[in-house]
Write a protein that binds this ligand. Sequence first.
Ligand code: 3HC
Length: 312
Amino acid sequence: MTAAALDDVDLQAHFDATIAAGHRIEPRDWMPDGYRNGLIRQIAQHAHSEIIGMQPEGDWLLAAPSLRRKAILLAKVQDEAGHGMYLYSAAETLGADRADLTDKLIERRQKYSSIFNYPSLTYADVGVIGWLVDGAAICNQVPLCRSSYGPYARAMIRVCKEESFHQRQGYELLMAMMGGTPEQRAMVQDAVDRWWWPSLMMFGPPDDDSPNSAQSMAWGIKRHTNDELRQRYVDMSVPQADFLGVTLPDPELSLDPETGHYRFGAIDWAEFKRVIGGQGPCNDERIARRRAARDENAWVIDAATAYAEKHA
Ligand code: 3HC
């Protein structure tokens, strides 16, 4: 065995021991190519989701019903931009290039969350996105605070704190609407009917059809399977729906007294595949806007880069 090969064996053994001990991998540590590429894939997809996710709610910024609602929504949408920036920075620590990741998103070579390909039709959607979509994001992302890659785990701590505010503002808006007129209550129910199933799809395909889960969990990037987190989310959401006074659109939803978990109906995985394959209701619009933002604002990056180069 050559000295270089021996080094690789030692490095792999050290990496494996670090993961097994539950310690963090940091940017300067040796890591297998698969670990690095898997992380870039997941973190980029996550960053793109935060940035594209600004669009459905951003559509309501000019039509918020009061100054208070506008200030809350503005803060939330700005937070999502910040989350995208932390995540792109985390991807950069792995050697990825931010502009290249943006190009890959726009050229549809990298994904973003399926959920953001659905339209926000009324102001009740702002509340339901906060409650259900940010609620699903928290459920998925709190365990990522213990992810094995240091910069990703640390970014998730701040992201989760802010997502918690996002969920509460959504629920508070819905409580106000449910205490309002019959038309307002009907708007809330209609929004819940449209967002419930897509929010269950946010957790990804079922475990027996999730190509990345096993390796990702072995490396400590993910801490739970897609189905485990989806079940946790359903269990958490049903009592919240009851308190709010809305009906979740699933006649099969029932508490299993033996397990203490809610059973739920079949998810339409054909719809999920269509949406992540680019055929959702808003995929084209979301990408077109992101492309326009990149192209129209390229001069800002050019100017900032020129300034940085001059003062380097
Ligand atoms: N939407 C789009 N693509 C999805 C998806 C979804 N809801 N769920 C899974 N996929 C993709 C995966 O990216 C993968 O494709 P790829 O190999 O080309 O990357 C493929 O479907 C197979 O899925 P796997 O289960 O094998 O993939 P993962 O192990 O990566 O699990 C995940 C998917 C659970 C989404 C995981 O990547 C994850 O936990 N990511 C971090 C969190 C995240 O990205 N959340 C997105 C929402 S962000 C958000 O909600 C913003 C907030 O402001 C509301």
